[in-house]
Design a protein around this ligand. Sequence first.
Ligand SMILES: Cc1ncc(C[n+]2csc(CCOP(=O)(O)OP(=O)(O)O)c2C)c(N)n1
Ligand SMILES: [Mg+2]
Length: 576
Amino acid sequence: MAKLKMTPSEALVETFVAEGVNTTFGIVGSAYMDALDLFPDAGIRFISVAHEQAACHAADGLARVTGKPQVCIGQNGPGAANFVSAMVAAYWAHSPVVAITPETGSMGIGKGGFQELDQMAMFSEQTVYQVRVNSPQRIAELARRAFYMAKLENGPAQLNIPRDYFYGICEDEIYTTLEISRGCGPRKQIEEAARLLAQAKYPVILAGGGVSQGDALEEVKGLAEYLSAPVCNSYLHNDSFPQKHPLSVGPIGYCGSKAAMRTIAKADVVIALGSRLGPFGTLPQYDIEYWPANAKLIQVDINPRVFGLSKRPDVASVADVKEFTAELLAIVKEMNADLEVNKERLKDIEKEKKIWSDELEEWSIYTQKLMHPRRFLRELSQAIPTNAIISTDIGNNSSMCNAYFNFDGIRQHISALSWGNCGFAYGAAMGAKIGRPDVPVFAFQGDGAFGISGIAEVMTAVRENIPVIAVVANNHEWGAEKKNQIDYYEDRFIGANLDANPNYAKIAEDMGAKGYRVEDYNDVQDVVKDAIASGQPCVIDAVIEGGEKVLAEPFRRDALKMPVRYLDKYAHLNAK
Ligand SMILES: Cc1ncc(C[n+]2csc(CCOP(=O)(O)OP(=O)(O)O)c2C)c(N)n1
Ligand SMILES: [Mg+2]
């Protein structure tokens, strides 16, 4: 194709078009106004948010449900800085967000002029690729590269453009986007994995986020069914295997399924598909040391950086999980033709699931006027259709919900994962809803998190007509942290109470959304149905019980210690 004479702004916008980007998120700014002016004619919707953090989370949410790179853009300096936390969330989620960060003009860099900050250093730890455009003539090339890297390395990329470089001439081609398949990896490892599985007495599959991102659910089901192997979801990936499947035992990790943890503990071979076996996601929970230290481990991931992080694999393969699993099943079938269903194991799985669901039900049906969070979660999870997308935040309730929310398929559980930032859910849900207007999309978060990056974005959802349904678990406290003060600091509550919370339903109404205030668990199911039917942005302000009696065990029991004080002044604070 012949080179086109374009302005850099045109080259940038045409690259978006070539990459299939039709929605961008940000806050308007002079630094990129020359490109922004082209968006409508390029068929690109610009969603104007309340805070750039939400723009980046929204691009992440959209990327997670579509599997394609998505864009956030902001003003140089403070606008770009507001992306930082959300970019890290995208990084640990392996989500291809492309952040366009205009920066101070090329002739002013280093002078401490208006809105200047070293934007390269700021994003260096949470990008798979970053580049500072060093000539307006290179915009098409470098923008393309940012997209390719985001896509091929499954993670955020940063395209940093000195603001004067939006003007000028860029003579270049616009490439169509690349579709590269990675393949199943070397046959040697697939055969070794097949051999281990063929000899296994109790093989267990751990389905990670890669199963969802790699569209590998059918292959994983096929393998599980042939081997009669139970399947656990990895931490905060409740959508990597559907819980209604008879071989599903639910998620391991904090506030997850005891059935999953007791089952994986029995494994003599674990096959981790599309999981980095994150250190936090594999910690003991409910006092169950579930990781089977003596089991053989097969680990398959597309990303070579994940191996040896926290567990030593006996067989490791850098491969596309979908293709690896399909090949593996074929070889397992060759080695072990006509394998019969292992009825004993199925019975064992059923037994573990029953014990856990009875226990969870018992925890959940304790009631009183103010809602017990578990009762509320039980009603909520029964009301939310299993084809819905739920974006979940970080907090005590956002963790408790791990035992309740289940999904029909992949790309439905959008969570903050190991970055663990409060304020993730609402922005991510907006992006998810843009990508999947056909299904209900929920943002589940605590009252604290809703204050960080939720309530203000309800304005965005109304203005841009994005009908997400926010569920605010309103316990009037930063519950997860309060629980630490209860368990370790003798109820000395410092900064843990949120006793001035407004009525979020009323505020939502005032913003033009639908608001519901729920104070009785009996109303939860009707409210959820009504919210889904409304087709409007909704806020369900669920006033739930908080405090010592109802909060789940602390998040970071692994990292906290009882207080020790040596100075007289603080001696009374020593643990008694
Ligand atoms: C951005 C950010 N700030 C602080 C924290 C520390 N933190 C973890 S959980 C939590 C409490 C969350 O409170 P809320 O959203 O009300 O949910 P709850 O625990 O009450 O269910 C806090 C402050 C964090 N994870 N992220
Ligand atoms: Mg709270």
